[in-house]
Design a protein around this ligand. Structure first.
Ligand SMILES: *Cc1c(COP(=O)(O)O)cnc(C)c1O
Length: 391
């Protein structure tokens, strides 16, 4: 009996693969051609038309992963996000956005939208009421991101999708942090899913790409703009991304497991004040996480006791690297106040609950015992320093 829908790792491994009929190779051949004869085919194939063989194959995989009819791949997450947003907004329109968003998305909206005559409102909170009260007669799109960066707060996806339907708006979500392994927003009623494939889809810190998944109807509208803006991804990187996605299921599930174990370890530790991870029962949105996520993800944040030097702690780590990006197979940390959120004012950071000593942790696939040992030895170092200062 054939199963109607394949399971996650089967989709990751096989969906959209190109059969190598000539040589019977095991993997999709890579077609780098930018020129295709069109005598026998209706479609004019061209990289910027998003329809080379490798692009089409990868789009099938991404659509299957997000349970949508169609998908498009872009040269970066921001190319995907900007094209998807602009496809549904024109001069005179208004958009309601969640307050806690990826910094690049906030910059896109606040630095670019005004000159196209598009107005916007950012919410004060994450509840559906916070969104509804901002809706105007000319509102066209609602945009959310969950879990958020760096405090891993959650937005109730179903309630936002229902709100958008009630007011006849397009709902859009940045699903990067969860990845399609842990969260499928279209199943909860969202119209359009965007990803920075630079993160969990790529997963090895060596690919910059973006993706949009939605109904064929919505993807057609986004494509109509995409071919004019020209943000397509090189076929070589498309091919690499296909390879990366084959292991996304096992990577992200390993990261889920490690992150939960790490969060539990940190929460019990006397030198750690706070841990932010949706998988902890102490997380304010834990029940919502259980309801809308299949796994709790590989991102967490924590604060050391105030007396301990967070910068020195970070420097003292030996295995875990300091790095700006996230979601690779290797564990990385950063201090949002000094890196990802350094452009915000101290006051705005305080308002968002981002302490100066907050450390954001992107968990990799290393053995958890080695990660814990690295954290422990770094804590011992800053502890010694703190008691030396106190004496
Ligand atoms: C990195 C990131 C983006 C932007 O993606 P790029 O590939 O860097 O353009 C968007 N959203 C989230 C949540 C991200 O982490």
């Amino acid at each position: 009996m054939e199963r109607k829908k394949k399971g996650l790792n089967t989709i990751c491994t096989h969906t959209g693969e190109i059969k190598d009929d000539t040589y019977k190779g095991a993997i999709s051949p890579l077609y780098m051609s930018t020129s295709y004869a069109f005598e026998d085919v209706d479609v004019k194939r061209y990289p910027r038309y998003f329809n080379t063989p490798n692009q089409e194959g990868l789009c099938k995989k991404i659509a299957a992963l997000e349970n949508t009819e169609a998908a498009l791949i872009f040269g970066s997450g921001m190319a995907a996000i900007s094209t998807a947003l602009m496809a549904f907004l024109r001069a005179g329109d208004h958009i309601v956005l969640q307050n806690l968003l990826y910094g690049g998305t906030i910059n896109l909206v606040t630095e670019e939208f005004e000159k196209y005559g598009i107005s916007y409102s950012f919410t004060e909170g994450l509840h559906a009421d916070d969104f509804e009260k901002l809706i105007r007669p000319n509102t066209k799109v609602i945009y959310i991101e969950t879990p958020s960066n760096p405090l891993l707060t959650l937005t109730d996806i179903s309630s936002i999708a229902a709100l958008a339907k009630k007011h006849n708006l397009i709902s859009m979500i940045d699903n990067t942090f969860a990845s399609p392994v842990n969260q499928n927003p279209v199943d909860l009623g969202i119209d359009i899913v965007v990803h920075s494939a630079t993160k969990y889809m790529g997963g090895h810190s060596d690919i910059c790409a973006g993706a949009v998944a939605a109904s064929s109807n919505h993807i057609e509208k986004i494509f109509a703009l995409a071919k004019n803006l020209g943000g397509s991804l090189s076929d070589y990187t498309v091919w690499l991304l296909e390879r990366s996605l084959k292991t996304m299921g096992i990577r992200v599930r390993a990261q889920n497991n490690n992150a939960l174990l790490m969060a539990e370890f940190l929460e019990k530790h006397e030198d750690i004040d706070k841990v932010y991870y949706p998988g902890l029962t102490s997380h304010p949105d834990h029940e919502l996480a259980v309801a809308q996520m299949k796994g709790f993800g590989g991102m967490l944040s924590f604060e050391l006791r105030e007396e301990l030097d967070a910068a020195l702690f970070q420097k003292s780590l030996q295995l875990i690297k300091s790095s700006m990006s996230l979601a690779g197979v290797e564990s990385t940390v950063l201090t949002p106040a000094k890196a990802s959120h350094s452009l915000l004012s101290a006051e705005e950071r305080k308002k968002q609950g981002i302490a100066d000593g907050l450390i954001r942790f992107s968990i990799g696939i290393e053995e958890i015992e080695d990660l814990i040992a690295d954290i422990e030895q770094a804590i011992q170092k800053v502890r010694k320093m703190a008691s030396a200062v106190a004496n």
